[in-house]
Design a protein around this ligand. Structure first.
Ligand code: PAP
Length: 337
């Protein structure tokens, strides 16, 4: 399994879509200007156009490292996910579940005009670009996302050391499907010539972005076992199998359980339908233009199924990755998908 995380902050009039309050007037001060020396001293690996640095046990994109240092040192409150494990879907579900009392009828819901990444900010890029002041404009409760492992999150998020902290939701996915999804994604923007075999080797030796995957997953798994009231651990495959049940669970965890009247009115099904792969993939906001650093929006909506790995991996590759993960998870109580 691999993963992704989001944190709701409760009380107040939010959440509102991030791009609706982001008027682009916040001056940029890239985190690298402040912590470039620290980043330059870290072990480095080049993978196509992507430069990775080993920071506190994880291979982070060079672009994110200085931002992570700022996040750790200066952030007061946030949420989290592993790349290609359902971040986009999860952002949509969490946002829709929290905004179901939106004053407009469903056909005007922000998710019909905005990509989920426009609604829930991605902290790693915001901190890397030195634009954290933008987050202050968001009314509570705020939903935010990061790809950082639990062990790299600041106390303002984890709530260690007597600080209030945030609620954290993590999504993991069968690592075999995650690798396939990541391969397609990397080829769309960073590494057009990347072979599947090459990426597979990086995954197995742990040197993939925000890897090792198993350490990332386990960081959240352990946190969810120790503090189930603060950390909710979900699986992409479970969301596919029972979207309604997991949306109920999510809403309850975020402090906005569905009332009997809402249940009766089909509010849970409404959230699931609004965020369905078929529906989201068709929307203009998810088909045209780009996000983050020139990533085409449609790259976030490929197939949306479990088990696609059989079309890319030999049985030997699958058995090898399964065995690595089984070994890493042994004795933790976590069972691989
Ligand atoms: P990110 O970490 O770069 O934001 P992320 O959203 O986690 O990416 O992963 C994208 C995967 O979620 C894609 O999987 P695939 O490559 O195996 O197809 C994408 O199709 C899937 N996905 C996106 N939206 C949905 C959705 N509404 N329902 C189900 N799966 C979805």
């Amino acid at each position: 399994m691999a993963s992704s995380t989001t944190m709701p902050m409760l009380s107040g009039s939010g959440p509102v879509p991030f791009t609706d309050v982001d008027d682009d007037t916040v001056p940029k001060r890239p985190a690298k200007e402040e912590f470039g020396g620290l980043v330059a001293a870290l072990p480095r690996k080049q993978q196509g156009a992507m430069e990775l640095r080993l920071y506190q046990g994880f291979w982070l994109s060079e672009h994110w490292v200085a931002g992570t240092v700022v996040f750790q040192r200066r952030f007061s409150r946030a949420g989290t996910t592993y790349p290609k494990c359902g971040t986009t879907w999860f952002k949509a579900l969490a946002f829709a579940a929290m905004t179901r009392a939106y004053p407009h009828p469903q056909h005007e819901h922000p998710l019909l005009r905005l990509n989920p990444h426009d609604c829930v900010p991605f902290l790693d890029d915001i901190f890397a670009d030195g634009q954290e002041a933008k987050l202050e404009a968001l009314p509570s409760p705020r939903l935010m996302n990061t790809h950082m492992p639990y062990t790299l999150l600041p106390e303002s998020v984890t709530g260690m050391g007597g600080i209030a902290g945030c609620k954290v939701v993590y999504i993991c996915r069968d690592p075999k499907d995650k690798v396939v999804s990541m391969w397609h994604f990397l080829r769309r923007r960073w590494q057009p010539d990347l072979s599947f075999a090459e990426l597979f080797e990086h995954v197995c030796d742990g040197s993939v972005v925000v890897g090792p995957i198993w350490d990332h997953v386990l960081s959240y798994w352990h946190a969810s076992v120790a503090r189930p009231d603060r950390v909710l651990f979900l699986k992409y495959e479970d969301l596919l199998n029972d979207a309604c049940g997991n949306v109920r669970r999510l809403a309850g965890f975020m402090g906005r359980p569905f009332s009997a009247a809402e249940e009766h009115a089909g509010a849970v099904e409404g959230v699931v339908e609004l965020c369905s792969f078929e529906r989201m993939k068709r929307l203009e906001a998810n088909r045209k233009g780009s996000l983050y650093h020139a990533v085409p929006r449609d790259a976030f909506f490929r197939k949306g199924v479990a088990g696609d790995w059989v079309n890319y991996m030999t049985p030997e590759m699958a058995a090898r990755l399964d065995e690595i993960v089984r070994e890493k998870f042994r004795g933790t109580g976590l069972v691989a998908a």
